[in-house]
Design a protein around this ligand. Structure first.
Ligand SMILES: NC(=O)C1=CN([C@@H]2O[C@H](COP(=O)(O)OP(=O)(O)OC[C@H]3O[C@@H](n4cnc5c(N)ncnc54)[C@H](O)[C@@H]3O)[C@@H](O)[C@H]2O)C=CC1
Ligand SMILES: O=C(O)[C@H]1O[C@H](OP(=O)(O)OP(=O)(O)OC[C@H]2O[C@@H](n3ccc(=O)[nH]c3=O)[C@H](O)[C@@H]2O)[C@H](O)[C@@H](O)[C@@H]1O
Length: 466
């Protein structure tokens, strides 16, 4: 029995963060009961089925081992709130699409809604953990909503942002680089923080658990994502320079990243970063800076997003330019649609913008991705403002790379799936139109070998354009 024996942990929001994070707590703390609730019946039914709602390496085993032992998935939000000692809030906080701050500010209405519900339903004091990524001082609003309950109950709010990355969520949760916990600087606040420290201490070394105040914790999450995305935009800006100067972006990244003060991670040039969080969180940071009158600081960070948009556009334009300035009616095989490898997640994927550009140029796209669902692909294309007619008439989704390549003028790599490195490129070359182009938006292929086979290869940040 550990320190937390008998503790009831509840998580509101059974998405990419809530599901895996809670599964890990249940897996590591057998004497704690973990209940994950969501308003979406479909989502909960999937968590309780053989086909989990998200693809994440290693997740199935952990969920299946603990489910219905000390890990439960339910739609009974009120029942869970009532019995929970610690309640994680892991709901989505997307960018606002209308009203004040539209297109930049984070919409925290789900967080407030959850806080109102806890205030209404709870009959005992709760420790409410802000797990969602939120603007600084959201805990203040949530705290006030929680305090306004009619029963005079004193709840505690703490902030514990999540740093897992999709595709490596289980690894990241098993061995987190750090766990961040921020609380009020009062005796009750410290006690609440300690309760959560006790849970994480079941498997995380104490020195990796950072405790701080609420506002530092909230802001650190936005800053961490902004710094990571900034590195990708920085190396992508350099890829453009490499293409005109004859330098090789991977060589530059290696030489620069070997300096321990810079570090080698997150220096892989790509067609652009995607995912549900980088853009959203930077825009959130930009909006925060602007609302505090820090316009120059806001503009500085805004350029990380702008550079990313430019990279996607630059890559798509290169495809058209290299293919004799026209792709109209040409078939193009698109390999990969997820925003990164090892996930089926398509949110904000660079692939949707590249596809939109090519559709507008009249290309016919044949798309293959090993994990992306057809419905998610279509939703993301519509979100990226592709016309429904164009999606229906110009895009085909195929289950096989060679079917995608047949009669295609070009193969375009948009996600760094490992299987793409192991393809039979002789076979691909034989079924393609000639000249056969390859555009490697992830720099994962053996470009020299492909050129020997006869392909015209464009790789990001590697080709000197005369
Ligand atoms: N996806 C990721 O890799 C990471 C996400 N985050 C942050 O974590 C938060 C959650 O992100 P995801 O898990 O990706 O979102 P998600 O969209 O996958 O899941 C959110 C879930 O919350 C549920 N929900 C919304 N309002 C609710 C309510 N009032 N009551 C009950 N359930 C409700 C939704 O039905 C949905 O299933 C966001 O703030 C995000 O920025 C942080 C780190 C990593
Ligand atoms: O808040 C979040 O949602 C999470 O956002 C990112 O995680 P994630 O978006 O899942 O994936 P990353 O591995 O960070 O990749 C983001 C994007 O950047 C791209 N990328 C990453 C690294 C790189 O060197 N080059 C590059 O183009 C990826 O292909 C992907 O499109 C952060 O890495 C997590 O720490 C954070 O918790």
């Amino acid at each position: 029995m550990g320190k937390c024996a008998g503790l009831q942990i509840v998580c509101i929001g059974a998405g990419y963060v809530g599901g895996p994070t809670m599964a890990m707590i249940a897996y590591k703390c057998h004497d704690v009961t973990v209940t994950v609730v969501d308003i979406s019946e479909k989502q909960i039914a999937a968590w309780n089925s053989d086909t989990l709602p998200i693809y994440e390496p290693g997740l199935d085993d952990i969920v299946k081992e603990r489910r219905n032992k000390n890990l439960f998935f339910s739609t009974d939000v009120d029942g869970a709130v009532e019995k929970g000692d610690i309640i994680f809030v892991s709901v989505n906080t997307p960018t606002k699409t209308s009203g004040i701050g539209a297109g930049r500010a984070a919409n925290i209405s789900n967080c407030e809604l959850v806080a109102r519900n806890i205030a209404k339903v709870a009959t005992s004091p709760k420790i409410v953990v802000e797990k969602s990524t939120v603007p600084v001082r959201t805990a203040e609003s949530m705290g006030r909503v929680l305090a306004a309950n009619e029963k005079g109950i004193k709840h505690q709010i703490i902030s514990s942002p999540e740093f897992l990355a999709e595709g490596t969520a289980i690894e990241d949760l098993l061995e987190p680089s750090r766990v961040l916990i921020g609380g009020e600087q009062t005796p009750e606040g410290h006690a609440a923080v300690q309760k959560l420290v006790d849970v994480y201490e079941y498997w995380c070394p104490r020195e990796r658990i950072i405790t701080t105040n609420l506002w530092s914790s909230e802001l650190s999450k936005l800053v961490a994502n902004a710094f990571l995305a900034q590195r990708v935009s920085s190396i992508n800006s350099i890829s453009a320079l490499c293409e005109v100067s004859g330098a090789d972006v991977d060589e530059v990244a290696r030489a620069v990243g070997t300096d321990y003060r810079i570090g080698k991670h997150f220096l892989k040039s790509s067609v652009g970063f995607g995912g549900s969080c980088f853009k959203k969180d930077i825009l959130n940071l930009v909006y925060l800076c602007e609302s505090f009158g820090l316009h120059d600081v806001a503009e500085y960070w805004n350029w990380v997003v702008k550079m990313n948009e430019l990279q996607k556009e630059r890559f798509a334009k290169t495809i058209v330019k290299r293919m004799f300035n026209t792709v109209t009616r040409k078939k193009i095989a698109v390999l990969g649609f997820a925003f990164k490898a090892d996930t089926g997640d398509t949110r904000e994927t660079a692939a949707s913008d590249v596809c939109r550009f090519l559709l507008e140029e009249g290309a016919r796209l044949s798309v293959y991705d090993p994990k992306v669902l057809a419905e998610d692909m279509e939703r993301e294309l519509l979100y990226a403002k592709c016309e429904k007619d164009q999606i229906d008439q110009q895009i085909t989704r195929v289950e096989d790379v060679y079917a995608a390549a047949k009669d295609a003028h070009a193969v375009v790599i948009l996600t760094e799936w490992k299987e793409f490195k192991e393809l039979d490129f002789d076979k691909i070359y034989s079924v393609m139109e000639k000249p056969a182009f390859i555009f490697d938006g992830r720099n994962i292929l053996d470009h020299a070998g492909l050129r020997e086979k006869g392909f015209e290869v464009f790789a990001l940040g590697k080709n000197k354009i005369n």
